[in-house]
Design a protein around this ligand. Structure first.
Ligand code: ITT
Length: 197
């Protein structure tokens, strides 16, 4: 059975493929499925945005569809940038511009606690929907550290890894990350579903 991943991010497709191939799923990108939609993420929660993306692609194919929505929630900023993490410094801004804006907003804050959150929506060809969530806690550093990863990784110090996400190897990060955890919860649900059949 195919899983179409509703994203333009090839790394996400690769990570999901590694995990779900052993369950017998063939994981393909939206582009490989010939689906070209740019979905506006208009929801005010990660779950709503994941569902908006997954449903838009599910309408255009007969396969299973997976979509995720992620972001960084900072305690001292009342949970911002949250669902606006990608657009935090405006459309078309770079990772470094987003990081600079965050460090500026955080310069006087003593409470550095933050979490990355991912919500995943999975839709079966019959329309049945599964939603899973994953999160990981850490602290916002005062300056970027490390060269790996992407997005806010250089300023996110992971409490569990005891280093920044940008200092972690990819497998090390994926094992405890928000996305890794949401995917692992989905894996458990799909495994159960397959075993029941
Ligand atoms: P798609 O919707 O095409 O999948 P996206 O760029 O919108 O891709 P996400 O919704 O997963 O990606 O993430 C939104 C933003 O949150 C993203 O642009 C990053 O700035 C940040 N982010 C998400 N996961 C992250 C991670 O693991 N490390 C660092 N930053 C992350």
């Amino acid at each position: 059975m195919n899983i179409v991943v509703a994203t333009k991010n090839k790394n996400k497709v690769l990570e999901i493929s590694k995990l779900f191939a052993p369950l017998g799923f063939n994981v393909i990108s939206q582009e490989d499925a010939g689906i070209d939609v740019d979905v506006e993420e208009t929801g005010d929660t990660f779950a709503k945005n994941a569902l908006i993306k997954a449903r838009a692609v599910a309408m255009l194919c007969d396969d299973c569809v997976l979509a995720d929505d992620s972001g960084l929630c900072v305690e001292a900023l009342d949970g911002r940038p949250g669902v606006y993490s990608a657009r935090y410094a405006g459309e078309g801004a770079t990772d470094m511009e987003r990081i600079e804006k965050l460090l500026l907003e955080m310069q006087d804050k003593a409470n550095r606690k933050a979490k990355f959150v991912t919500n995943i929506a999975f839709i079966f060809p019959d329309g049945h929907e599964i939603l899973t969530q994953g999160e990981v806690w850490g602290k916002i550093l005062r300056e970027p550290v490390g060269n790996n990863g992407f997005g806010y990784d250089p300023v996110f110090y992971s409490d569990e890894l005891e280093k920044s996400f940008a200092q972690a190897e990819m497998d090390e990060k994926n094992a405890i990350s928000h996305r890794g955890r949401a995917l692992s919860a989905l894996y458990d649900e799909l495994k159960e579903f397959i075993e029941k059949k």
